[in-house]
Write a protein that binds this ligand. Structure first.
Ligand code: 26V
Length: 805
């Protein structure tokens, strides 16, 4: 499509009229954003159609990435850059007296995910499209995304994220492609045409309506699809007879119960009702997705037996693992294949990624609930389990301990990870260390049983969003210094390393960082009234709040530093701004208390004149994709301090290094590979190793209470939590105290305390030598190309999906 400024201007003005009957003068900023978004979306349509046609006609294998979460963030800027028309549009708007940047701010984040796992899915979509892979997302169109976080009096308060309130510009509703998903009822078996058939009866049907979002590749005319499903009533919206009789509530009941399936991300799973809803969500989007894939495949006119040659389904964690029995159901019940034929196709189609070893995050469903909600799927899972058990008995005879651990159905529960492993041809971890732990510990038995099934795919991030879009000044410096080839081929970033010692490039790099920091300082002043010094070290920990991520270690160290400053005003420390940003799961009491602790600490320190502004503490509320884009380019120091072995990979760590922050971190997740990439001298590593942590859990010799009694600095900070020193009642931080002392410090915060304090001192010393620091930062940027999700996706494509890129 040939676009020029004049066309954009007239399209935009016409769109304002056709949508709202308004001209530029009358229209609100929101309306202008919507009109702009609509025309940009339409610019993708021609290529979208072409891409879709190619898939149906051609022989290209289709990849379907199934994920409960897609943390997309905003799309306007990203789409403009990928379409190659950002500057043109900015100029066109400028002619009309409008600012692109202002309109961009009107877009609400699509926050359809919790954290790393959801953002990874979004990065993968960008990379698949940009590499020209026919890869599509399949997920849920939640009416409410991840809650909006407000900090009130230091506490996290959750506000519903009504992100669809003003409509979503980037979607296309495709009611004609809706499918039906059935829940409940009962199953009986009968002989039909000489074959045993399962007959599912008395179920309740729900309509799954797809909303498609175009996924634009960078500069390659490829447009893939993110398909998000929404639940709607089948047939008439409500029971008209009840409505006529005046029973309005009953009349609407069915409608509401159906719509609740896709209303919230992560229903509270502490109650039976919440768990049931979550299981419903999982089956809903998986069944709709698999049905629509089979339907599209059949349009090709190829035999169903070749399905796995043309379709790959990737299961993002266990949440979509019901895709395995669902594909079996369709192949057996609807396509009349035998069990063996169906199983062969299913295993060859499916691949599974594990994202955590945290036991509490491993999904299992009670058999009772499973059976009553998904009776046909239950019979299939039962049969998968029966056959698998038979294989195990053949191989391991009476080694029941081993067999027991591997079963899919055990002690009244369906274990989803076991189902995912058995039903997939590939199982991968998300960083070398994580995969090693899976293979040698958590999933050891499976790894022994299935040689070659387990593999590693270290995570990645799209360098287009996380560098090109979010740090335009650094992108410009890179273009001037090494050319713009890195945008298409991120491995070229390594060319920047040659300039690490170049004083003029160092200065330019520092100027970029400084200017980003000044912008953030202004934002902090405007939003929170806190003065932060852009010359201080910007030390940032931004990620979900969780015990194992150890925001508490960071906060306790700040309290200790403050104590030392109070004791000695002349303590020679480089001024530092500690920035936190994190959402806590609403029911996670300890995590919420840690937020209150950080804010209480911030309040005390920021208002204490004794310490001459040497340290500041800022908590930025509502961490999400857009806030991450704003703050990551400003970091000098990246906090990646999880208890070794617990953080499967981390992806924030990659975003920070790509923007020239120095990592202070443990040897956990992808930090290990970041260290390999940048070299020991360009990262600050501290603390226990994964082996040491695992050993200490095993031998049980750690006693945090002993540390408390034997160490003055540690005792002081713990006491200060409880004795009113922080100007709040002593009971305020009871859970933190219990976690650290009574419950023996599960994540070794106190055990690693001194190692961390020393590492922070090292950071302080390093920063004083500006030239050296800039050199380190440049090496970090230059070494980040290998963590582009383009590289990750290439490895998935070649090793797992069996396609050439
Ligand atoms: C979720 C929950 C929810 C309930 C409380 C305990 C708990 C513990 C862990 C999790 C994580 C679930 C899966 C997940 O999001 N994993 C993240 O995946 C990222 C992408 O692979 C990876 O970079 C992160 O290290 C990993 O935590």
């Amino acid at each position: 499509m040939q676009l020029d400024k004049e066309r954009i201007k007239s399209d935009f003005e016409r769109k304002l009229i056709s949508l709202f009957a308004e001209d530029i003068k009358d229209a609100s900023r929101l309306h202008k954003y919507v009109a702009l978004g609509e025309i940009i979306k339409e610019y993708t349509f021609e290529n979208w159609l072409k891409s879709n046609k190619k898939y149906i006609k051609g022989d290209v294998k289709q990849i379907y990435y199934f994920s409960m979460e897609f943390l997309i963030g905003r799309l306007l800027e990203n789409n403009l850059i990928n379409l190659g028309i950002r500057d043109l549009v900015a100029e066109a708007l400028d002619d009309l007296g409008l600012s692109l940047e202002e309109l961009e701010m009107e877009e609400r984040d699509a926050g359809l995910g919790n954290g790393g796992l959801g953002r990874l899915a979004a990065c993968f979509l960008d990379s698949m499209a940009s590499l020209g892979i026919s890869g599509h997302g399949n997920g849920i169109r939640y009416k409410y995304g991840l809650f909006e976080q407000k900090i009130v009096n230091g506490y996290q308060v959750e506000v519903p994220d009504n992100w669809l309130k003003d409509g979503y510009v980037w979607e296309v509703r495709r009611a004609d492609r809706a499918v039906i998903v059935n829940f409940g009822g009962n199953v009986r078996f009968d002989i039909v045409d000489g074959r045993l058939k399962a007959i599912h009866e008395n179920y309740e049907s729900v309509l799954a309506v797809p909303y498609d979002v175009p996924v634009v590749g960078y500069g390659n005319n490829v447009v893939n699809t993110l398909r998000l499903w929404s639940a709607e009533p089948v047939g008439s919206e409500f029971d008209f007879s009840s409505f006529s009789m005046g029973d309005y509530a009953r009349a609407m009941e069915y409608k509401y119960s159906v719509e609740s399936i896709t209303s919230v991300l992560y229903p509270d799973d502490r109650t039976e009702k919440g768990r049931m809803l979550r299981l419903k969500q999982e089956y809903f989007f998986v069944s709709a997705g698999v049905q629509s894939i089979v339907r599209t495949y059949k349009k090709k006119g190829k035999p169903i037996k070749h399905f796995a040659k043309y379709c790959a389904i990737h299961i993002n964690d266990t949440h979509p693992a019901l895709a395995i029995p669902e594909l079996m159901r369709i192949l057996i019940d609807e396509e009349n294949l035998t069990w063996e034929e169906a199983w062969d196709i299913t295993v060859n189609t499916m691949a599974y990624t594990n994202h955590t070893i945290m036991a509490e995050a491993l999904e299992k469903w009670s058999v009772d609930m499973f059976k009553s909600l998904l009776p046909r799927i239950w019979t299939i899972v039962e049969e998968i389990n029966r056959r698998f058990c038979q294989e195990l008995v053949e191989k391991y005879k009476d080694d029941w301990k081993r067999i027991d651990e591997m079963l899919i159905i055990k002690d009244g529960f369906v274990k989803m990870a076991n189902l995912a492993i058995v039903g997939s041809h590939s199982v991968n971890g998300v960083a070398k260390l994580h995969t090693k732990i899976l293979k040698e510990q958590e999933l050891k038995l499976f790894n022994e049983y299935y040689t070659g099934k387990f593999n590693n795919k270290t995570n990645g991030i799209t360098h287009r969003r996380w560098l090109l879009d979010s740090n335009p000044k650094l992108a410009r410096l890179l273009n001037e210094t090494i050319g713009d080839g890195w945008i298409k081929n991120p491995n070229q970033l390594i060319e920047f390393k040659k300039f690490a010692k170049d004083k003029s490039i160092q200065q330019k790099f520092e100027a970029v960082k400084q200017s980003n920091k000044i912008e953030l300082s202004r934002f902090i002043k405007n939003r929170y009234g806190i003065n932060v010094d852009p010359d201080s070290i910007f030390d940032i920990q931004a990620k979900r709040l969780h015990g194992y991520k150890r925001q508490l270690l960071n906060a306790l160290h700040i309290l200790d530093l403050y104590n030392r400053l109070k004791e000695n005003r002349n303590l020679d420390i480089y001024p530092r701004t500690f920035i936190f940003s994190a959402k806590a799961f609403p029911g996670y009491v300890l995590a919420k208390e840690i937020i209150k602790f950080i804010n209480t600490l911030a309040n005390k320190i920021n208002n204490d004149e004794d310490i001459d502004d040497k340290i500041k503490v800022v908590f930025l509320e509502n961490y999400g994709v857009s806030l991450a884009e704003k703050i990551i380019p400003c970091a000098n120091v990246s906090e990646q301090i999880s208890t070794a072995s617990k953080e499967a990979s981390g992806t924030g760590n990659m975003k920070f290094m790509m923007n020239g922050a120095i990592t202070i971190g443990t040897l956990d997740g992808a930090n290990v590979e970041i260290k390999e990439a940048v070299g020991d001298e360009n990262i600050v590593i501290f603390g226990m190793t994964a082996d040491e942590v695992i050993e200490l859990y095993k031998n049980g010799s750690y006693k945090s209470l002993e540390l408390y009694y034997s160490d003055e600095r540690i005792k002081r900070v713990i006491d200060q939590l409880m004795n009113g020193y922080l100007d709040v009642p002593g009971s305020e931080f009871m859970n933190i105290y219990n976690h650290l002392i009574t419950n023996n410090d599960e994540f070794f915060v106190l055990k690693d305390f001194y190692a961390y304090a020393d590492a922070q001192m090292k950071i302080d010393n390093l920063f004083r030598d500006k030239s050296k620091w800039n050199e380190m930062a440049i090496i970090n940027v230059a070494s980040s190309g290998i963590f582009s999700s383009d590289n990750t996706i290439k490895r998935y494509a070649e090793d797992i999906w069996g396609i050439d890129v």
